[in-house]
Design a protein around this ligand. Structure first.
Ligand SMILES: *Cc1c(COP(=O)(O)O)cnc(C)c1O
Length: 387
């Protein structure tokens, strides 16, 4: 029995995405910038993909820029807003302590190398959600950007993006949200959310890897990161990754069409996993029980190492994660769990299970059967465990 429960790290390619990609790998190989019919056939596919992505998030096609993933979309949004801020003499940026490294490391670069000042908001330790009062208090006259993720990749907490956006709008501050874990999983509408910029990534919703999109509201300037050709209306140089772009669009359309149905089913699986695994003694849920992505489970088991747990689970066919995939392999505990106030030794014993539309009851049952025994075995061997 196998159970792939690491969908926050990446998801399998959907059949719809795969089928949309195949002609782009075969006969539709033209360069969309070419004037001949091969090029124009590709350009039409590019336009269809842009319209489809725009429709899925309530945007206009012209507001979508294709990128090479969520990381690039986040970097472009932040660096563009920072450059414009700098020009206007505004060098303060507000974000949170629990952002993805694609945001945090980009902000740290601006702080260290370009003299920006950061305010990284803490989150409520119970829920993993920022407090609006803290946010409002952090706003300054020289704030040029607010970047706060829509849903967290480790603990699944969903931030009050609409309310934050409303405040930013009233104050005339550019607001970006990293919606990589949200798009295709919970409703995302750029107008309802009051966002100026929003990032998404194909491989987090059953599209291919290495492709993403940045929404940028009409009227909000967007500077390129890369210099070269005039692709993407001068916003992103480089020949478009056509198979990936078309595959991402097909994947998002399909996920959005099944959004409610999928969310209801996998939230039920999520709750079965949380309830079942919390029966293990000295276990705790990380993040909020209610305001949480439908597919996210994150727990700590005292007295064990998350890495050891992952290896033993893998031997039983269960693919899971401890904290973020980018942090595993290093001994630093997750910055997100530390932001929840967990002591290092407890944060080390964390397990994230993340579900998708393809998750089955049989996979959930397998995880519920295997995990308690593996935790018990590790505790028997653990010098940190006193029972
Ligand atoms: C995966 C992820 C990213 C990075 O996206 P890539 O397409 O892998 O570069 C950014 N933010 C969040 C919240 C993510 O989960």
């Amino acid at each position: 029995m196998n159970a792939y429960l690491d969908n926050a790290a990446t998801t399998k390619l959907s059949q719809a995405a795969r089928e949309a990609m195949l002609p782009m790998l075969d006969e539709l190989y033209g360069n969309p910038s070419s004037l001949h019919s091969h090029g124009q056939a590709a350009a039409r596919q590019l336009q269809h993909a842009r319209e489809a992505i725009a429709r899925c998030i309530g945007a206009q096609p012209r507001e979508i820029t294709f990128t090479a993933g969520g990381t690039e979309a986040n970097n472009q949004a932040i660096i563009s807003a920072a450059r414009l801020g700098d020009k206007a003499g505004k060098k303060h940026i507000i974000s949170t302590q629990i952002e993805h490294h694609a945001v945090l490391h980009c902000l740290e670069m601006l702080e260290k190398e370009q003299g920006f000042t950061l305010t990284l908001l803490s989150v409520d330790e119970e829920t993993g959600i920022v407090r609006l009062t803290d946010f409002e208090a952090a706003l300054r006259d020289d704030t040029c950007l607010v970047t706060i993720m829509m849903a967290n990749n480790e603990i699944g907490s969903i931030q009050p993006v609409r309310e934050i956006g409303e405040i930013c709008r009233a104050r005339g501050v550019t607001f970006h949200t990293d919606a990589v874990q949200a798009a295709g999983h919970i409703p995302v509408d750029v107008n309802a959310l009051n966002v100026d910029m929003l990032s998404l990534s194909g491989h987090k919703f059953h599209g291919p890897k290495g492709v993403g999109a940045l929404y940028c509201r009409r009227g909000v300037p967007l500077r390129p990161l890369l210099r070269g050709g005039a692709q993407e209306r001068n916003r992103r140089a480089g020949t478009e990754n056509m198979p990936a772009i078309v595959g991402m669009a097909a994947a998002l359309v399909e996920e959005v069409a099944h959004l409610d149905e999928t969310a209801t089913r996998i939230a039920n699986y999520r709750d079965q996993l949380i309830d079942g695994l919390l029966k293990i003694e000295k276990s705790q849920l990380n993040g909020c029980a209610s305001n949480r992505l439908p597919g996210n489970v994150n727990l700590c088991f005292h007295g064990i190492e998350g890495e050891a747990l992952l290896l033993l689970l893998d031997m039983q066919g269960i693919a899971a994660s401890s904290g973020s995939a980018c942090t595993s392999g290093s001994l630093d505990p997750s910055h997100v769990l530390l932001a929840l106030g967990l002591p290092h030794e407890i944060a080390h014993g964390s397990l994230r299970l993340s579900l998708s539309r393809y998750t089955t009851q049989a996979e959930v049952d397998h995880a519920l059967r295997v995990i308690p025994g593996v935790v018990a075995r590790l505790r028997e061997m653990s010098p940190m465990w006193e029972g």
